[in-house]
Ligand binder design. Structure first.
Ligand SMILES: Cc1cc2nc3c(=O)[nH]c(=O)nc-3n(C[C@H](O)[C@H](O)[C@H](O)COP(=O)(O)O)c2cc1C
Length: 480
């Protein structure tokens, strides 16, 4: 995947170096519904040339039409190089023989999509602008960004990231559907991103959005930050700026500037300066603070000295973030609840499948000689799990979901816990039952996962609503 993306980026660089810039390009789309001077024409050319998007016919691109979530998953899968996939995507509204099945499965397994809640992927819904941003942001490794106030919580960082990195077009409106021309523009923006870490700036403890300049001074600052974060004690100067010397001198790219509030400047190669008012001088632009008013910036900088920290954005790696919902469901009551919990949390879903399936005779609890009943009354019983176990190291939180059998978790849950090392992880359980509560089921499972910390368990009736599950997840602090 990296290879393909790099290749595309190289091609882009070549195209740009030949002087065919966004403004100068005359769109070559060949689509009759795209004016030659359309602002998105070059992006459509690009998407077509890279075989990411086709027209809706030989002659029409339909730039104003919406794009479905399934179509987007397919495009992203193409960008990823269409790796082979196997397994279940965990969504109730997709099927293995759908035309987009492999793409959605890849997207779900790689954490690029989490579904729309309620265990659904909503393949035919139009993708919104923030959903598009969030999927691209996840593909990029979820670089940390400040939260955009106009986006949904799950997309708040992604939207800022898209804006700061030039993916968002003029008039980007997070909750509106993305139309096809906008999808092409964002895909082009994504594929022309340089593979470099963003610089984050925190002033007085508040992370700020910065549009960094593209010059050798910023490149040198980024290189300097590879060695570690830099905290500066900015002091006031002239009633219009606050600054402090950097630990090393950076190359200058001076130009005559009329500064304004939010400008970040390098002065004489060494002084890092944030302007909160106007000045005119020969200076090196480093960047511009965005998304904060002049008044708020002044208030944040305060009257005296203020601390500013520069660092390289850390990627939220999969391992840092992931939650697993692992469930066992013999008669199907627990399964939809586990899917709902996973969708609410954006968690991975794993089904604990017994190597030898339970027949209905095995489950007949009025007969004390049946398999399930015998196992439940045998302390040593550890029914084997069929198929592969998840990579436990990827998760820091694991939710176990299971039915109650004879007042306890089925013994296969013990098999599962004893197959991995859960020390240091956060665990909890929920169960479904005819009428029994959690009872001692969670307490007994704890013995099979030494060193884990446990959150309070909950029993649900079969068919419990999404709201009930959400309330529980909120009550134990897994959902905010
Ligand atoms: C062998 C067996 C024992 C059961 N024991 C209990 C029990 O002790 N208390 C109870 O309320 N329900 C009991 N049930 C009912 C299940 O807990 C309930 O139907 C559950 O929702 C099934 O979940 P599933 O469909 O995901 O397997 C038992 C079911 C079976 C098959």
């Amino acid at each position: 995947m990296q290879k393909k993306i790099r290749w595309i980026a190289l091609l882009m660089a070549l195209v740009l170096s030949l002087g065919i810039t966004a403004c100068a390009a005359e769109a070559q789309t060949g689509f009759s519904d795209i004016p030659a001077d359309a602002w998105y024409g070059e992006a459509v050319d690009f998407a077509k040339a890279q075989e990411l998007m086709r027209g809706v016919s030989e002659t029409r691109f339909a730039p104003e039409e919406t794009f479905s979530r399934a179509q987007l998953a397919t495009v992203l899968y193409r960008i990823a190089g269409e790796p082979a996939v196997a397994g279940d995507d965990g969504f109730s509204d997709t099927a293995p023989n759908d035309w987009y099945a492999s793409a959605v499965l890849w997207a779900a397994q790689s954490g690029v999509v989490n579904g729309v809640g309620g265990g659904r992927f909503a393949p035919n819904d139009p993708v919104t602008q923030e959903q598009l941003a969030v999927m691209l942001w996840r593909m990029k490794g979820q670089p940390i960004a400040s939260e955009a106030a106009d986006a949904s919580p799950y997309a708040a960082q992604a939207v800022t990231w898209a804006r700061e990195n030039g993916l968002a077009f003029d008039g980007f409106s997070p909750k509106q559907p993305a139309i096809r021309s906008q999808v092409a523009v964002m895909l082009q923006g994504y594929l022309s991103l340089k593979d470099e870490a963003a610089i984050t700036l925190t002033v007085a403890g508040q992370p700020l959005s910065v549009q960094w300049a593209e010059n050798s001074s910023v490149d040198a600052l980024r290189a300097l930050l590879q060695k570690g974060d830099i905290t500066l004690d900015l002091s006031d100067y002239g009633g219009f700026e606050k600054g402090a010397p950097l630990p090393e001198t950076l190359p200058e790219n001076n130009e005559q500037m009329q500064t304004d509030a939010g400008d970040i400047i390098l002065y004489q190669g060494r002084q890092f300066v944030i302007y909160y008012d106007q000045n005119s001088y020969s200076l090196t632009p480093l960047g511009k603070i965005t998304g904060i008013s002049k008044e708020d910036l002044r208030a944040l900088l305060g009257a005296g000295n203020v601390a500013a920290t520069l660092s390289l954005a850390k990627m939220q790696t999969q391992a840092e973030k992931k939650t697993l919902v692992a469930y066992f469901s013999a008669t199907g009551n627990t399964r939809p609840l586990a899917k709902t919990a996973a969708a609410l949390l954006g968690a991975d879903l794993y089904e604990i499948v017994p190597q030898t399936p339970y027949t209905s005779a095995d489950l007949n609890y009025s007969d004390h000689e049946t398999r399930a009943t015998r196992e439940q009354h045998d302390d040593a019983a550890r029914p084997a799990i069929g198929g592969e176990l998840p990579d436990f190291s990827r998760y820091d939180t694991v939710i176990l979901a299971h039915p109650i059998w004879w007042g306890q978790a089925p013994k296969i849950l013990y098999t599962f816990l004893e197959s991995g090392d859960f020390s240091g992880k956060t665990l909890t359980t929920f169960c479904t039952s005819g009428s029994s509560g959690v009872g001692s089921s969670a307490e007994n499972l704890k013995k099979s996962a030494p060193g884990a910390s446990w959150l309070e368990s909950r029993r649900f009736a079969a068919g419990a609503s999404e709201t009930e599950i959400q309330n529980w997840l909120e009550s134990i602090g897994l959902l905010k």
